[in-house]
Write a protein that binds this ligand. Structure first.
Ligand code: ATP
Length: 359
């Protein structure tokens, strides 16, 4: 089992509250990813679960047992860091075996367990080498091996791939996904990398300044962000936000006006929104150069051609950025005005507090 409950968990460093009452349930076998901007408290939350930082308030419960007062080694967790934290003078075998030696297991058992783990991670040919002789990806696999060998209830990963180059990251991402499938263990993973979060997570927890902004399956966050923070954080390039005026609300949706055009956005709204300024959310991938329900004219300052697509970066009249993700051959040029069409069904709408109107 590896079930984790966080109940009203708080953490302060001096007078500075970093985690502000987090409630979360992680089911046995789930792969949960924490994402959020730098400093939002991802690592602090992970370190509290591990027992490396104490908890100012609230409960951390693993398999129905409150573990706040338990030291890290008694929590049944294993943590893998960005920095690998390997012993340079020990062989790969001894690095992986280390936690088993600490436990005092017999040599025979250690050989068996290390052998099995090395096989899973394709390190069986490297067992006698020292970490200095390995690539970054291999070193990270040794660090993961040292975590697996203890058969923890919960794996905690703190940006484990961020020291690797892009190609190796992509390989390791796939390996970690397979590992999760094979071990069926509970994994909690902190990352800055959207692709890692979107591809590996069963559920993503988006943190904002010590609070949970939204928890959900990756595509749920992409399709139904509950607020502008999540809408802007999930998706790359990030969602465009365009100020519009609400001119009508009925059973079918909310009618908005932008620069003399009106469109009916199929979301739930209340009559008291009429006359208010709302924020229309448009993903760059939902813009096109043909006519839409709304057309937004901008002048891109920079065009990036990536082969498969073209990204045009512009600024709206209110000074906010506006980005269009267009086909590779899109006939756009820097400093030349372009009109992007948007379909109402693709749009998100947020109230003045940044909360999404439900679709
Ligand atoms: P990053 O993505 O940059 O790693 P993060 O979301 O993991 O950031 P944390 O490392 O959890 O953020 O830090 C959250 C906040 O807590 C930051 O403002 C940080 O400066 C502060 N903080 C973290 N550890 C300590 C500490 N030991 N003492 C004081 N403040 C700390």
């Amino acid at each position: 089992m590896g079930q984790l409950f966080l109940k009203k968990v708080r953490k302060s460093f001096g007078h500075f509250e970093v985690i502000k009452g987090v409630d979360l349930e992680v089911q046995d076998g789930e792969f949960v990813v924490f994402v959020g901007p730098s400093g939002c408290g991802k690592s602090t939350l992970l370190r509290m679960i591990a027992g490396l930082d104490d908890t100012t308030d609230g409960d951390i419960v693993i398999d129905a047992e409150r573990v706040n007062d338990k030291p890290p080694v008694e929590r049944g967790i294993a943590m893998v860091f960005q920095s690998y934290a390997l012993y340079p003078h020990m062989s790969v075998f001894e690095n992986i075996a280390f936690p088993l030696r600490v436990e005092g297991l017999p040599e025979e058992t250690i050989r068996e367990k290390v052998g099995a783990v090395a096989k899973i991670l394709q390190l069986d040919q490297r067992l006698q080498q020292r970490p200095g002789m390995l690539s970054g990806g291999q070193r990270q696999r040794v660090a993961i091996g040292r975590a697996i060998v203890r058969e923890p209830k919960i794996f905690l990963f703190d940006e484990p791939l961020s020291n690797l180059d892009a190609a190796l990251r992509a390989d390791m991402r796939i390996e970690l996904t397979k590992l999760h499938r094979d071990l069926q263990a509970t994994m909690i993973y902190v990352t800055h990398d959207q692709i890692e979060a979107m591809t590996m997570a069963d559920r993503i927890v988006v943190l904002n300044a010590g609070n949970i902004a939204q928890v959900g399956a990756p595509l749920e966050l992409y399709h139904k962000p509950q607020n502008t923070f999540v809408a802007g954080f999930i998706g790359n390039p990030k969602m465009n936000f365009v100020p519009v005026t609400c001119v009508g609300v009925d059973a079918v949706g909310v009618t908005i006006s932008y620069e003399g055009q009106t469109a009916l956005i199929p979301v739930d709204g209340r009559a008291d929104l009429v006359g208010k300024t709302l924020t229309l959310g448009i993903r760059p991938e939902h813009t096109r150069l043909s006519d839409g329900d709304i057309n937004i004219m901008v002048t891109p300052s920079v065009i990036e051609r990536l082969g498969i697509n073209t990204i045009a970066y512009a600024v709206l009249p209110n000074g906010e950025p506006y980005c269009a993700l267009l086909p590779g051959s899109a006939p756009v040029r820097a400093e030349q005005p372009m009109t992007t069409g948007i379909m109402a069904a693709d749009c998100h709408l947020f109230n003045a507090d940044g909360q999404a109107l439900e679709r």
